[in-house]
Structures are given as structure tokens and as C-alpha cells.
Design a protein around this ligand. Structure first.
Ligand code: GLN
Length: 495
């Protein structure tokens, strides 16, 4: 077995058994990155020297009997997490060569537990997008391709496209990601891996470049549900530096994976049966319900009546918060500056015009519009009210069910040239995922099957607030039943 083929759990076992060193594991991943990244473009920055140094330090800790719970495991970090001394771009020109003088809390937690960082991975600019196409550092290629059309390059999804592609292509054992409206779950589904957005407040947002602060949440992507549980156990936890971080103990998520689903009530929201949804997505959903039923779960039909307003609500709230958050990029305090000798306003205008890409500008304009006097009540305030109703739908559902099962995405990965000219078609990708962000709930995407073209499809498990444990239990049951073993065409060690 190649070292890049380990699951994270498998790698930890091999490290603990002395079958491999972190240096060997890390070197194998760096070699794979060197061979494949020119094609996949998952990494924006590779920190090879730092990684090897960290791996050697980890091996020394293990020898001394002081290994942490993720000691020696090579990971990729979404380039939205500030990393001390390592360039952090948010895939935007405006952050340019920004090198943070501090470490985000989530990445600091991973380092505390001994993880080795291979580098910073690609994303949509400021995490705005569903295909990684808006990155100032170029798109990312999905390691999967269509059976009958292998030459068409497919997107990895977004915004955490680099995280998902790196893990699927065996260029990291796991990765950090963020999810504001689906950016962990949709790319995980498109790349045939697992990913969880935890409950809002579970992970600290401190040091993560802000997009829409009331929706943003960090989480892991990895090849198995248990690997996600191991990573989240390290990433999560109360942080006084983030006032929305919640002071609750972090449960043993990995232990919860083995709980089983016997006796659990699983909700099926009837409003998620979308008109025009591809038949194979509906079939996979039914299959998922059958699997859970066979393991002793009870399937309960539920209603989330405000679902149809979720997408428009999200695309008002998220741009509104983004327009406010991105006001800080003015050419004075961070990154790039375009000075043309005019006054301060000229400096702002020129810097922002040159520094932001088209999608980011669109979001800032939409956000500024919905927050402006005269439109605030009609759009922003209304959206906030609908958001409360969406949350209430879930609160009522939790009286009847323990978790909810839905498809993760309305389609498999699409071509790099498809949907790019139509922002609304792109926004529709998020139809099943944004509700969990609006309501602050945990959502896990699990690879569960293939479409007619041989591309991965995911199922989503949504849970009660701070009940990631049930989500992991249901996800593990699905993963076991689906026995998803197909591998992407492009991955480390392949011709
Ligand atoms: N696709 C969504 C958007 O473009 C989700 C982004 C995210 O979750 N970061 O806003």
C-alpha cells in the first residue's frame, strides 16, 4: 500500500505501530503534490520544508512517548485560515502577499495535537462560489471524470474545492474547510469524500477570513466519516476570542461513529423533493433511507415548509454580511494597494477595483443594495425574518426526529465550462445545503453512490444543534452500507 492511500485513522495506527514515520508519510504526500498539483491545482502554497521539519519533530515526540492525538498526520489547510508566517490569500488578489502574524484558533488546535501542514489549498475567492472557478489562483480540477467523456475537466465544487480535490487525489490525508452555504458539503460530494459543517459556534472563527459571519463555520473534509470525526475533535472547542464560539465540552466524536442507528427517527423533508431533480438523485435518497431502515432506524416524513425561501434568503443575508466584512480591504491595512496619486477615495477605489474579482464585486454590490436605506426593510429585514421561520421549521421537526436525511447536491460535478455564465444556475447548487447554515445546524456529506457517468453523489445528514454525535452515527451507517470503494481516475501513484 502506498503511504498516500492511508485513511487518517489508518495512518495514525501505522505511526503508532512504528510501521511508518511521519517523515516518510509527509515526504510521500509532498512527492505526490509535486507530481499532480501542476494538473489539479489544489495547492496555492506548498510549505515543504516546514512540513518535513514538523514531521521530524513529530517522530521525535512519538519516540519520546509524547505523541498528540493527530501527531504526524499530513493535512492541507484551506487558504482562508490565517497561518502564522505562511501566506494566506483567501484566493484573492487583494490579500496578495499577506502573511499573517498569528495562527487561527482552528489551525492552532490542530498544531497543538501534532498535525503536519503540507500547505494552503485553493478555494473560490473569499469562499464565494460553488466551483472554485472564482479563485485568483486559477480553477481546481476534480480528480474524477465522466466515464463516457473523460476529457472534459470537471469542477471539484466550491468553495472548498482545493481541500476536497487534495483529499480525493491523495495529496493530503484530510483538510480544513469552511462552510457558509454548503462549501464543505458540496465539494465533498463532488469529490467522493466526507465532510462536516459542525453546529454554528462549535469551531472558533477567530483567524478565519470572514465571509458572512453569522453563517461561517469551519469543519473538516476527509476520506471517511471517522476521519472527519477525529479532525473535528481537534478543531472544535470554546475560544474566548470568538464571541459566537460556544462553551460546551467537545464530545468524543470518533466514538460516536460506532453507535449505530437502531431506534433513531430519521426525517425526510417532503419539500426537498424538487421538481426537475435528476431521477438518480431521488433514487440514491430512497436507497439511503432503505439502508437506515435496514439498520433499525424509523423513517418519518416531515415538513420544512419554508425551504423554498432558503436560497433567496441566503443570497441576501450572505452578501449583506460580506459587503460589511469586505469593507476592511481598502489598500491601507492589508495586502495589495493600487495608488494612482489621487486622494484617499481614489486609493480605495483603485485598490478594490483591481483587487477583487467579478463574483466578489457582485456580492458586494448586492449586499450594499439590500442594506441601503429604502431597501433594507424590503430585503435584509425580510430575509432575517424568513431566516427565523426556516429555523423554526427545524425546531418543530426536532420534536419528531433525531436527524434528517437529504441529498447533498442536486447534481454530480459539472464541467469547468458549464454554469459559469449564469450566477443563478450556480447558486442553485446550494439548494440542499444553505438551510443548515441559516438554522446553524450540523450537516455531514457522505459519499453514497455513483451517477450514470460514474461520478460520486453524496447524501447529507442534518442534526440537532450540538448533536454532531448522532450525525456521525448516521453517517457511518450510510458509509458502511454504501461501501463506496470506487476511486477517482486522477490520484497519487496513478499513471
Ligand atoms: N456557494 C455558496 C456561495 O457562493 C457557498 C459558499 C460557502 O459556503 N463558503 O455563497
Amino acid at each position: 500500500m502506498r503511504p498516500t492511500d492511508f485513511t487518517l485513522r489508518g495512518a495514525l495506527d501505522a505511526l503508532n505501530e512504528g510501521e511508518i514515520t511521519s517523515e516518510e508519510l509527509t515526504r510521500a504526500h509532498l512527492d505526490a503534490i509535486e507530481a499532480l498539483n501542476p494538473r489539479i491545482n489544489a495547492y496555492i502554497t506548498v510549505t515543504a520544508e516546514k512540513a518535513l521539519e514538523a514531521a521530524r519533530a513529530s517522530d521525535a515526540r512519538r519516540k519520546a512517548g509524547q505523541a498528540g492525538r493527530l501527531d504526524g498526520v499530513p493535512l492541507a489547510i484551506k487558504d482562508l485560515f490565517c497561518t502564522e508566517g505562511t501566506r494566506t490569500t483567501a484566493a484573492s488578489r487583494i490579500l496578495g502577499e499577506f502573511v499573517p502574524p498569528y495562527e487561527s484558533t482552528v489551525t492552532a488546535n490542530l498544531l497543538r495535537d501534532g498535525a503536519v501542514f503540507l500547505g494552503k489549498v485553493n478555494l473560490d475567492e473569499f469562499a464565494m462560489g460553488s466551483s472554485n472557478a472564482t479563485s485568483a489562483f486559477g480553477g481546481v480540477e476534480n480528480p474524477w471524470s465522466r466515464r463516457n467523456d473523460p476529457d472534459t475537466k470537471l469542477v471539484p465544487g466550491g468553495s472548498s474545492g482545493g481541500s476536497a480535490a487534495a483529499v480525493a487525489a491523495r495529496l493530503a490525508l484530510g483538510a480544513t474547510a469552511t462552510d457558509t452555504g454548503g462549501s464543505i458539503r458540496q465539494p465533498a460530494a463532488f469529490c467522493g469524500i466526507a465532510g462536516i459543517k459542525p453546529t454554528y459556534g462549535r469551531c472558533s472563527r477567530w483567524g478565519v477570513v470572514a465571509f458572512a459571519s453569522s453563517l461561517d463555520q469551519a469543519g473538516p473534509v476527509a476520506r471517511t466519516v471517522e476521519d472527519c470525526a477525529l479532525l473535528l475533535g481537534s478543531m472544535a472547542g470554546f475560544d474566548p476570542k470568538d464571541s459566537t464560539s460556544v462553551d460546551l465540552p467537545v464530545p468524543d466524536f470518533a466514538a460516536a461513529c460506532a453507535r449505530g442507528v437502531k431506534g433513531l427517527r430519521i426525517g425526510v423533508p417532503k419539500e426537498y423533493r424538487l421538481p426537475g431533480m435528476p431521477e438518480e438523485i431521488g433514487r440514491l435518497w430512497e436507497q439511503g433511507l432503505d439502508w437506515l431502515r435496514a439498520e433499525g432506524a424509523e423513517i418519518v416524513e416531515i415538513s420544512l415548509p419554508h425551504t423554498k425561501y432558503a436560497l433567496p434568503t441566503y443570497y441576501i443575508v450572505a452578501p449583506a454580511e460580506a459587503s460589511s466584512n469586505l469593507a476592511r480591504y481598502d489598500g491601507v491595512r492589508y495586502g495589495a494597494r493600487v495608488s494612482t496619486g489621487g486622494d484617499l477615495k481614489d486609493l480605495y477605489e483603485h485598490t478594490r477595483a483591481a483587487g477583487f474579482g467579478a463574483e466578489v464585486k457582485r456580492r458586494i454590490m448586492i449586499g450594499t443594495y439590500v442594506l441601503s436605506a429604502g431597501y433594507y426593510d424590503a430585503y435584509y429585514l425580510k430575509a432575517q425574518r424568513v431566516r427565523a421561520l426556516i429555523k423554526r421549521d427545524f425546531d418543530e421537526a426536532w420534536e419528531k426526529v433525531d436527524a434528517i436525511l437529504t441529498p447533498a447536491t442536486p447534481s454530480a460535478a459539472f464541467g469547468a465550462d458549464e454554469k459559469q455564465d449564469d450566477p443563478v444556475a450556480m447558486y442553485l447548487n446550494d439548494v440542499f445545503t444553505v438551510t443548515a447554515n441559516l438554522a446553524g445546524l450540523p450537516g455531514l456529506s457522505v459519499p453514497a453512490g455513483l451517477d450514470a457517468q460514474g461520478l460520486p453523489l453524496g447524501l447529507q445528514v442534518i442534526g440537532k444543534p450540538f448533536d454532531e454525535e448522532t450525525v456521525f452515527a448516521v453517517g457511518t451507517a450510510l458509509e458502511r452500507a454504501a461501501d463506496f470503494t470506487t476511486l477517482p481516475g486522477v490520484r497519487a501513484g496513478q499513471a
